[in-house]
Design a protein around this ligand. Sequence first.
Ligand code: KG4
Ligand code: ZN
Length: 337
Amino acid sequence: MNATRQNSRILAIETSCDETSAAVVENGRTILSNIIASQIDLHAQFGGVFPEVASRKHVEVIHAVVEQALEEAHMGLDDIDCIAVTRGPGLVGSLLVGVNMAKGLALARHKPLLGINHIEGHIYSLWLTDQVDEIEFPLLTLVVSGGHTELYLMVDHGRYQHLGGTLDDAAGEAFDKVGRVLGLPFPGGPAIDKLAATGNATAYKFPRAVMEEGFNFSFSGLKTAVARQVKHFDKTRMPVEDVAASFQTAVVDVLVTKTERAALAYGVTAVHLAGGVSANRELRRTMTERLTVPVRYPSPILCTDNAAMIGAAAHWHFVNGRRDNLNIDVIPSLQLV
Ligand code: KG4
Ligand code: ZN
């Protein structure tokens, strides 16, 4: 795919889970605005994302978020070449709010519409970071989020080979479940990252499911082992930091071991980390330390769900002539390949 000589200004919308986001992205590389209205505080009381509450909140704020994205980019809809929106994977009610908003704008203003895969958005968050000037394929991308743990070989723009994924819990899901067991606020990932910094990572030996062939992951055994260990403690005297650090080291060890194995097997030029868990400091540090190829990761704001990454992914489709039908539907379990 050669898209380097074509320009685009894309208004992107992302509502797949609990962030309502709209962005304006130029040429797939420059963020002109990226508004993110997070619902985390709203869902924390439920200890996880409550789908009905999420879609209702999206409806409440989506208009203001889109307006603010255009305003901050100093643009009107007339300046926009294309409307891009997350079509899946995600929560059906949440996705519908974004897709309907995008369809409405595209229809009313006669703009092309592109339905983008959320995972591909995470992958393209790397194109929005200024550390990546010349990206050479093939790349290995590890997408680690609340819903996914996937290894993709990326051979060109928009061309992926799925090498492996989680057989049970996603990495972020494991962080969130262990966070709950440790009595930490939702989401557990950032809280564990913080506590682990002062804990002893060798205090407890938790299992690592890395022995089998291939590039799949499994975290449910690890999660169960942590829960079993925690039962031994008096709640008021739990060594939370040590458990958090030992758990985090086990997750990171599994992720790095499999990624390293795939990087060697496919002779990639670099490894890209993306998704919410790619914000994890221990993961970034260990991956960079153990791999011999460059390891890149997005800036923290681009790790979490945001519309700019959807705009970045949409750029490559747009300049290659893809246009979607205005009656596209949401696909909650949309696959990348
Ligand atoms: O990509 P994302 O914002 O949403 C999904 O598409 O799922 O990822 C959210 C996940 C949550 O499970 C959260 O606990 C995890 O990313 N997360 C982290 C960190 N920051 C967010 N996990 C580990 N360490 C972090 N620093
Ligand atoms: Zn995500």
